[in-house]
Design a protein around this ligand. Structure first.
Ligand code: UDX
Length: 469
């Protein structure tokens, strides 16, 4: 079949991080000559079109178009992580009829393949009904995805729900992770009543649908997640590990710098100017991603820890990041004045450029999967303060498996922050740097011709090109 008639519909979760990874994938498919329709919610599309970089980049691809759908929520809805369950259930009501219409063979440009987030499990059923193969793209870490697949066995074996309150107890019945993962390292909902929790219910439905999907895409590479990828493949052989996506894209674009930004917030480039004036490896970059909401007290613990460490820092504090009734402007004014000479605060940074900057020596992160991969690409060790889903197991692996940083886990204490910052940036710097730089090299090799992420991407593209209606 002529691949010019291949038409992929991409439908990401309505989050900055997933839109980011899915746009990277979309660009890779466009570069391979495929036609791509990218389905975004109206709310996120409005924020994305403010980013001229995205518009101008995708204009180059005649086969690419954005399509939008309402998420069914009123404009004033805050859409923070705390309401994530509402967002996905409301979007489901809108997306089900929309997908049925979109996947009809009678439309002008019939869709030959759908790529959607695994949490949109209903899309797999609709695709099968309409005769359109569906590939799920899970943007979380492969280790967490493997834990998801093990959940039914954990329940069957009586491991879940946990008995007793020992969060440090090692979790059994988790092949490839025995002796490594404790209860506190599992996705947060394993510690809740997962039978009633909305997000865990969606995960259970997702893993039930996986065998009905045509394929699975994961954003990682063999040298990083080999043991977990091979476990996932034993369950679902058609798993394409094509990450790290930003590097795969950079290679195929033959771009000198990893600058392609898919930000829905305006990036503050004064952060780069500030970094230019600092010495090599002297700055710790602090960012808790696009979703996390924190209290004033928690910020103050990090603040004091950072200030007491005397290590220079660049900190991203999003305007929608504060819990409770705190005035962002007033609070920021106080913090900015208090850290002159040591720290620099912005509301959103060009993160990939920041991590690539020679002045940055480490990253204090919430262990979101994109942030973790971006840090590994640039060979920057991490301190992890994880909260939700995959972040908890990722931070454990950073500390205990890859040995490229420190895991703070649930602790939020200025003395621990100070000690870990000093360890990462000074005392144990060489040790962590050596291991993360090794992974960075392997990541770069994996996306070069002959590397596994490179060939996995080719296999995925050929698979899609072979799909017909
Ligand atoms: C969420 C979950 O938190 C995470 O656990 C899961 O793996 C993916 O979904 P998020 O919290 O947004 O993601 O974190 P992360 O995956 O790290 O993505 C954040 C993205 O925003 C990164 O690509 C990062 O480069 C970008 N970013 C962040 C910026 O461009 N500028 C910033 O100032 C902060």
């Amino acid at each position: 079949m002529d691949h010019q008639t291949s038409h992929v519909l991409i439908f990401p979760l309505p989050l900055q991080s997933t839109i980011n990874s899915n746009l990277q994938l979309a660009e890779l498919l466009c570069l391979a000559g495929l036609r791509v329709t990218f389905l975004n919610t109206n709310h996120n599309q409005q924020r994305l079109v403010g980013n001229s970089n995205v518009e101008s980049r995708f204009k180059q691809y005649p086969g690419f178009r954005f399509l939008t759908i309402s998420d069914g929520l009123p404009d004033e809805h805050p859409r923070t992580v705390e309401q994530f369950g509402d967002i996905i259930s409301s979007l489901q009501t809108m997306a089900e009829p929309f997908l049925k219409q979109m996947l009809s063979a009678l439309v002008k440009e019939p869709v030959t393949c759908v790529i959607l987030d695994g949490l949109f499990y209903y899309g797999v059923d609709i695709g099968n009904e309409m005769g359109v193969p569906v590939i799920t793209f899970d943007t979380i870490s492969p280790s967490c995805f493997w834990i998801y697949l093990c959940l039914p066995k954990l329940i069957e074996a009586g491991v879940l729900p946990f008995k007793g309150n020992d969060l440090d107890a090692l979790v059994t019945h988790l092949p490839a992770m025995e002796g490594l993962v404790r209860r506190r390292d599992l996705p947060h909902f394993c510690l809740l009543d997962y039978k009633t929790d909305q997000s865990s219910q969606a995960v259970f439905k997702e893993i039930e649908r996986i065998p009905k999907a045509h394929g699975l895409i994961l954003n990682s590479f063999e040298d990083l997640d080999g043991p977990f990828l091979s476990k996932v493949r034993s369950y679902f052989p058609k798993t394409y590990a094509i990450g790290p996506l930003p590097l795969n894209l950079k290679t195929r674009l033959d771009a000198p710098l990893l600058s392609s930004s898919n930000s829905m917030w305006e990036e503050d480039h004064t952060s780069i100017k500030w970094l230019d004036a600092q010495s090599k490896g002297s700055v710790i970059y602090v960012s808790f991603g696009s979703l996390l909401v924190v209290s004033r007290d928690e910020i103050m613990e990090f603040w004091h820890g950072l200030m007491n460490s005397k290590v220079k820092f660049l900190w991203v504090m999003r305007p929608n990041m504060l819990k409770g009734d705190v005035s962002y402007d007033q609070f920021m004014k106080e913090l900015v004045e208090g850290c002159k000479g040591i720290g620099y605060i912005v509301s959103w940074a060009p993160q990939k450029m920041v991590l690539a900057h020679p002045s940055v020596g480490g990253f204090l992160t919430h262990s979101g999967w994109n942030s973790t991969l971006e840090s590994i690409i640039e060979g920057k060790p991490m301190i992890c303060w994880p909260q939700y889903v995959d972040q908890r197991v990722t931070s454990r692996l950073v500390n205990e498996f890859w040995k490229i940083g420190l895991d703070m886990k649930d602790i939020c204490d200025r003395f621990v922050v100070e000690k870990m910052v000093k360890d990462l940036m000074e005392t144990k710097k060489d040790e962590y740097k050596k291991s993360v730089e090794k992974l960075s090299k392997l990541a770069k090799l994996s996306v070069q011709e002959g590397g596994l992420s490179y060939s996995n991407l080719d296999c995925l593209i050929n698979d899609i090109k072979g799909l017909t209606r």
